[in-house]
Design a protein around this ligand. Structure first.
Ligand code: ADP
Ligand code: MG
Length: 247
């Protein structure tokens, strides 16, 4: 049997009395898109942060490619191939599109200016950055200030930044947020191809995208997974309909 690339075991995180993720376990297999859905405040982003290493869990473990990566930092996880979540806020708005992509290839966001020029001259980093921009269709905008991109283009730049490290797994927290219908459709098509390169754990509110893409869906409510299954199984689950789909 195929081993999961990513295995989340009993993750728990409390903020004071509030238990944001409670004994959460899930798996991600090669080629798969596993969607995580649930109401606002369910703990989805908290879970992604624990997997990416931005937030230390109170209990539980993250296993990636057969090893326990729980003690590793975000940067160490990213360099090992655990692709980071998309967050527009992590882009440096005053830098150009290419500079952001080069920083991504370096495995970090933001840098000290005096280190910046040598980094931009590094041929390997630059080639990886340009290849990633090319893939998402942003190469024509490489020398624009990131602040001058449209919202949809910044989302694509975040995808490109994630691609520069050749991740073996992608973690995405609401990549469709703020995109119009045509932007969502484009990104949906892109993710559908991307899964063959690296499976995706996808937190998403856009149910059209979720039902179009996900091989499996897990439903998180008040920090607990109440169901995992195919789109059909999730749609038909009475507990899920009551707790989340509102039908
Ligand atoms: P979701 O992404 O599913 O909307 P979050 O993971 O962002 O949910 O939040 C889960 C719960 O944890 C919410 O009640 C939220 O207010 C709370 N929370 C998240 N981050 C913090 C934090 N750093 N400090 C205190 N409470 C937090
Ligand atoms: Mg969230």
């Amino acid at each position: 049997m195929t081993e999961p690339l990513l295995q989340i075991k009993h993750l728990r995180k409390a903020f004071g009395a509030l238990v944001a993720t409670d004994d959460v376990s899930l798996t991600l297999y090669p080629g798969e898109i596993h969607a995580l859905i649930g109401p606002n405040g369910a703990g989805k982003s908290t879970l992604i942060k624990q997997i990416a290493g931005n937030l230390a869990p109170d209990a539980g473990e993250v296993w990636f490619e057969g090893r326990d990566v729980t003690p590793l930092s975000t940067v160490e996880r990213a360099r090992a191939g655990l692709g980071r979540t998309f967050q527009i806020s992590s882009l440096a708005m005053d830098y150009t599109v290419l500079q952001n992509a080069v920083l991504g290839a370096l495995g970090r966001r933001g840098t000290v200016w005096r280190f910046f020029r040598p980094v931009m001259r590094d041929a390997d980093l630059r080639a990886r950055a340009e290849a990633a921009l090319h893939r998402v269709g942003l190469m024509d905008h490489a020398h624009k200030r990131t602040a001058d991109l449209s919202h949809g283009q910044r989302r694509l730049l975040e995808v490109a930044v994630a691609l520069t490290l050749n991740p073996h797994v992608f973690l995405m927290d609401e990549p469709m947020a703020g995109l119009g219908a045509s932007g969502s459709k484009r990104l949906t098509g892109f993710l559908d191809d991307l899964r063959h390169e690296a499976p995706i754990l996808l937190v998403e509110h856009d149910m059209d995208a979720v039902f179009a893409l996900a091989d499996r869906i897990s439903v998180l409510v008040y920090g607990r997974i109440i169901a995992t299954g195919t789109a059909e199984e999730i749609r038909a689950d009475p507990l899920v309909r009551e707790a989340y789909l509102g039908a």
